[in-house]
Design a protein. Structure first.
Length: 413
């Protein structure tokens, strides 16, 4: 824990502590539903699944070639007589006599009595006489029944997010429908009189509202149902009504902006009146003004208004919370070492997630930052493929030093 860090006083909390507090106040949702396998991509399993069959369900050939009984090769001087063919879906049904072999295709059942397959390129055919050249060991090129899974073996566990690979696994063992957690519903809105819809004309002092588009993209990649409530003016009553509306319709409420200390930043004030605040202000850069709490039955996260801060705090704080609510296990960040290609400037006091470009050269992995790291420069997220992790009390870092890098995951990609 980092409660004694100087930067934690009086209000800045280390992001590691923030995640612990955030996760302690959320539970996995109880609602589940059964969906056909064709609709299961991106959903989260709500039960363990076991295979009902052996996998593979029968011994089959891993090669195009010839199947035979290995121990017979020596007695027949490596030359066997062709008895027939075995194709995928059309097995050889005859009785294999001593000294015989079967022409077999990849995936075809290995005939009864055979225990080995020699690939076609290592055989020589002279009519029905097949010479096995440089024979391999007994069992070569045979995929044995049940070598991957036996009937009753656990295939996938509850909390697994179903990707393309999991779809294939479930189809392989004959599962046609799965029980999954219902999708979380996340309502979000932006606050600020300066924000204008994309496509409209900008007056002096106005900017386009980009955060809702980034948040929507993050939620879709995370597999959430989302509800976009638009831009809410900097009015206490408008924000209050938006909070009530969002909390009544969603499991989680996200806002963008209004959690700083400006005179017109009402989000934190209204949250304190309508709900409760768990913490506010973190020792993180970008993203210090991040608020967390609850409104009625809904959880609340107030993302900073700066667009990079909004995306970083979603990834580092909101996404772990959503994972737990969906029944998914927490995954520690994948941190790898890379050589810094150019110097980084940093003031001690906050954990920093600078945006970087990770690449490999003749000397191994190297990383360079995307340029200026201002929290309003969203192009730094577009150019980047990783975060460069810089510790709370770390200062400037010179080119050539080793740094920890976190490649973007599937939600940020």
């Amino acid at each position: 824990m980092h409660s004694q860090d100087p930067c934690s006083k009086p209000g800045l909390m280390h992001p590691d502590d923030a995640i612990v507090q955030l996760l302690s106040q959320v539970n996995t949702i109880n609602d589940t539903e059964v969906v056909p396998l064709t609709d299961a991509l991106g959903r989260v399993l709500a039960e363990d699944l076991a295979s009902q069959i052996d996998l593979p369900p029968f011994s089959n050939s891993a090669m195009d070639g010839y199947a035979f009984r290995f121990d017979e090769l020596l007695a027949h001087k490596g030359v066997l007589t062709l008895a027939g063919n075995a194709f995928a879906g059309h097995p050889f049904h005859g009785e294999l006599k001593p000294g015989h072999c079967v022409r077999i295709m990849t995936g075809a059942p290995v005939p009864t009595g055979c225990d080995t397959v020699q690939m076609q390129e290592e055989t020589e055919a002279n009519g029905e006489q097949i010479r096995i050249q440089a024979p391999k060991a007994k069992g070569a090129n045979v995929r044995s029944r049940g070598e991957e899974l036996s009937a009753g073996d656990k295939v996938l566990t509850s909390g697994t997010r179903i990707r393309a690979a999991e779809l294939g696994v479930l189809a392989t063992v004959g599962v046609s429908q799965v029980r999954v957690y219902r999708k979380l519903r996340v309502a979000f809105f932006s606050t600020g009189d300066e924000l204008r819809p994309v496509g409209s004309e900008l007056a002096p002092g106005q900017i386009y509202d980009s955060n809702r588009y980034s948040i929507r993209g993050l939620l879709e990649k995370a597999g959430m149902d989302w509800l976009d409530l638009g831009v809410i003016p900097d009015s206490p009553e408008a924000i209050r009504q938006a909070f009530r509306d969002a909390a009544s319709r969603a499991d989680v409420v996200l806002t963008s902006g209004g959690v700083s200390v400006g005179e017109a930043d009402f989000t934190k004030q209204i949250l304190g009146e309508e709900g409760q605040i768990t913490f506010w202000k973190l020792a993180i850069k970008p993203g210090k003004p991040f608020a967390c709490g609850r409104i009625g039955e809904a959880l609340f996260c107030g993302l900073p208004g700066n667009p990079v801060s909004s995306m970083v705090t979603f990834q580092k704080l909101v996404w772990p919370m959503l994972r737990k609510m969906q029944g998914m296990a927490q995954k520690p960040a994948l941190l790898i070492e890379a050589t810094l290609a150019s110097p980084i400037r940093k003031q001690p006091g906050r954990v920093e997630y600078q945006r970087g470009i990770l690449s490999r050269d003749a000397n191994g992995l190297s990383v360079r930052v995307t340029g200026s790291q201002g929290s309003g420069m969203l192009t730094s997220m577009s150019l980047a493929n990783c975060f460069v992790h810089l510790a709370q009390f770390q200062g400037d870092t010179a080119a050539g030093e080793t740094v920890l890098v976190e490649p973007f995951d599937s939600v940020l990609d």
